[in-house]
Structure formats: structure tokens, C-alpha cells
Design a protein around this ligand. Structure first.
Ligand code: CMP
Length: 143
């Protein structure tokens, strides 16, 4: 069973969109196996976004992701990584397809509400740095 790391960013928490966003993944049929409201330390942010170090948006991104609470989650299901990204929509809200979270609620690439892992390797790495295995439930059932 594939797993992915999703995180409602500080703008989504501040705008009270956690419930709306979680609901979309539940309705899609994906399974929530871990979740927590937390602050992201600078060190954790730098580990999470290491691949973007040096890019023009890196420093503002670190500043933003550490600026307020995030809602970190692990979801599972068949092809959950691609499915979650289809629910989220493209990084740039202007390019996100209608009906996606970013098309419906975001207006800016820097404040795009939610992060979703983009590959199996990224998902494993991101889950590993945000979650202890004991924080995830082991249940399995057919969706
Ligand atoms: P996220 O999925 O969290 O991964 C990297 C983040 O950097 C991305 O969402 C955006 O919030 C932010 N970002 C800002 N500018 C860009 C850009 N030009 N390309 C990709 N990501 C960007």
C-alpha cells in the first residue's frame, strides 16, 4: 500500500481550511493514517525543502513554512501519491485545474495551501522526517 506525506501549510491553517482540505481526501477514498498540528522548526524546514536550497524562492519558503502551525498528515491508498496531487492541483494556482484545492482556494504560488509528496522516494523521506512510526495507526481495510 502506497503512502504519501501531505501538509496543510500555515496559510491553510490560518484560513481555517484544514477541515475542508481533509474532507476532500476522505471523500476521494484515501485513508488517513497519521495527523498532527505542529510548528515546523527551521531545521526541519531546511531538511524538508533541501532540494530547493539555492533557488530564488527558498528563503521565503523557509520563512513562510516556519511562520505558523501546519497540519501534517500521512495518507495511504493505491497510487495515493498521484491521486493526492490530482486533488491538490498544480503548484501555480493559475495553472491548477478547476475543482482542485489550489484552483478553488489559492491565488499565489508561495501561499498554495498544501504540500504533497511528488514521488515514492520523497514520500518515504518526508514521512520519515515528520513522523515517528508510533504516530501512525497500523489499521488496514479495503477501500
Ligand atoms: P511545495 O509543494 O510545498 O514545494 C515547494 C514549494 O515552493 C512549492 O510548494 C511552493 O509553495 C514554493 N514555490 C515558490 N515558487 C516556486 C516555483 N517557482 N516552483 C516551485 N515551487 C515554488
Amino acid at each position: 500500500m502506497e503512502q504519501t506525506f501531505l501538509m496543510v501549510k500555515p496559510d491553510g491553517v490560518q484560513r481555517s481550511l484544514v477541515g475542508e482540505i481533509v474532507s476532500r481526501f476522505e471523500k476521494k477514498g484515501l485513508q488517513l493514517v497519521g495527523a498532527k498540528l505542529m510548528m515546523v522548526s527551521k531545521e526541519l524546514a531546511e531538511r524538508h525543502y533541501a532540494e530547493h536550497k539555492g533557488k530564488p524562492f527558498y528563503e521565503p519558503l523557509i520563512e513562510f513554512i516556519t511562520s505558523g502551525p501546519v497540519f501534517a498528515m500521512v495518507w495511504q491508498g493505491d497510487q495515493v501519491i498521484a491521486l493526492a496531487r490530482s486533488v491538490i492541483g498544480k503548484t501555480n494556482a493559475v495553472e491548477a485545474a478547476p475543482g482542485t484545492i489550489r484552483a478553488d482556494f489559492a491565488v499565489h504560488t508561495n501561499f498554495n495551501l498544501i504540500h504533497g509528496s511528488d514521488s515514492v522516494e520523497s514520500a518515504q523521506r518526508e514521512i520519515g522526517i515528520f513522523f515517528d512510526p508510533a504516530e501512525m495507526v497500523p489499521y488496514e481495510h479495503t477501500i
